[in-house]
Ligand binder design. Sequence first.
Ligand code: FMN
Length: 184
Amino acid sequence: MELEKKAYPKLLVRPVVVITTISERGIANAAPFSFNSPISSEPPLYGFSCNPAHDTWKNIQKNGEFVVNVVGKDFGELMQVLETDYPYEDSELKHAGLTEEKAKAVKPPRIKEAIAWIECKLEKHVELGDHIWITGSVLAVAVKDELGKEAGLMDLDKARPLCHIGGEFFAVDMKEAKYKRAKS
Ligand SMILES: Cc1cc2nc3c(=O)[nH]c(=O)nc-3n(C[C@H](O)[C@H](O)[C@H](O)COP(=O)(O)O)c2cc1C
């Protein structure tokens, strides 16, 4: 089946993250993102694509820090409230009933209810199409104690990461599979 060119993201099911940032006055902002990816292992770099009008970008421009909160299926019902465009400094976390927790290496908070956390400092940004690609240098990484497995793996059956297809469509409950590689 041939598709419209702009339908391509729906063919790339992506993890949903909720990115937390803070204003100059230290008030937290949270927003879901799915145009996101690891970029480099050494040094560890993470990137996501942000509409330039978003408060997330406004805050990152001010203080250069953000937390990538990896979220599970239980956040599915919260997407609507988290993506609502509340006035600046009216925290989505409060509206969603989520809990701020102190991050290890940056000022923006972690979301306690998330399944894993990637704390980043702005490395560089570039305008690409109608978004800004924001690259962060990874300063600290953690997974919820009860979800962590050996070698940094996550217990998928328990974590049930939330993935985005497009619009209101999400994917959950993927299974772990192991295949031999030439190099591991
Ligand atoms: C599942 C999901 C994925 C999203 N992915 C992106 C994204 O990758 N880039 C983006 O700019 N906006 C994305 N959005 C929209 C923003 O989350 C939304 O516009 C939000 O209000 C921006 O908040 P902010 O102004 O507080 O930063 C997504 C929304 C949802 C629900």
